[in-house]
Design a protein around this ligand. Sequence first.
Ligand code: ADP
Ligand code: 5GP
Length: 210
Amino acid sequence: MQNETGLITVLSGFSGAGKGTIMKHLLQEYPDKYHLSISATTRKPRTGEEDGREYFFKTKAEFERMIKDNEFLEYAQFNDNYYGTPKKYVEDLANSGHDVILEIEMQGALNVRKVFPEALLLFVTPPDAVSLKNRLVGRGTESPEEIGNRLAISDQESFYMEQYDYLIVNDDLETAVKSVHDIIECEHLRVSRSMGFVKKMQNDLSIYKK
Ligand code: ADP
Ligand code: 5GP
């Protein structure tokens, strides 16, 4: 059954928790099902990242011009850089009944919820704090100082976990990917997301009214 509007899912979690890895696997396993919103950022590209694939890489002036022109659904500052979700892509997909996933940090997630109260908020965490540090070190993309900054941000972010709908403990990767997929599938079955169908059934059954 076609939903009236697509589901907006927000995937947040500590830096190094495995959000990007989970998304990559989800898109590989279900290529036609999910669309990932590509954010704009003023952070420098990491080795191997491409403009328009991981992010739209912008200068501070370009990003601030986009803010002024109201091009963002939400934006936030994280570790001295801007990150933001371009509005048009997400709105066009959702309005045409497609599911879209936003991989964004917590302030942004809560702002998305203000604009779309029906958005689904998932929080990804590793099984413990030491694994988080080991994953950041193992990824090898940040300096020790940057890793320290990101862990300190995670400490602050941990107080936002309670505001999310579901917790994904990314211990075994395949289990985590399946959990995200299963939660989204279930979310589609909420009665409140199928009010068109409900109204039609009520109308069709009214011919039997006594
Ligand atoms: P994030 O996008 O949340 O910052 P990444 O997806 O870049 O995190 O993952 C951080 C590191 O942890 C990467 O090196 C990745 O390969 C590794 N990783 C991701 N998921 C797991 C897992 N379930 N078990 C072990 N390592 C993982
Ligand atoms: P990274 O530098 O590791 O790619 O991302 C840093 C943080 O910024 C992560 O928590 C990531 O989810 C978040 N992020 C990425 N894009 C956006 C965005 O468009 N908006 C917000 N609010 N956060 C974002």
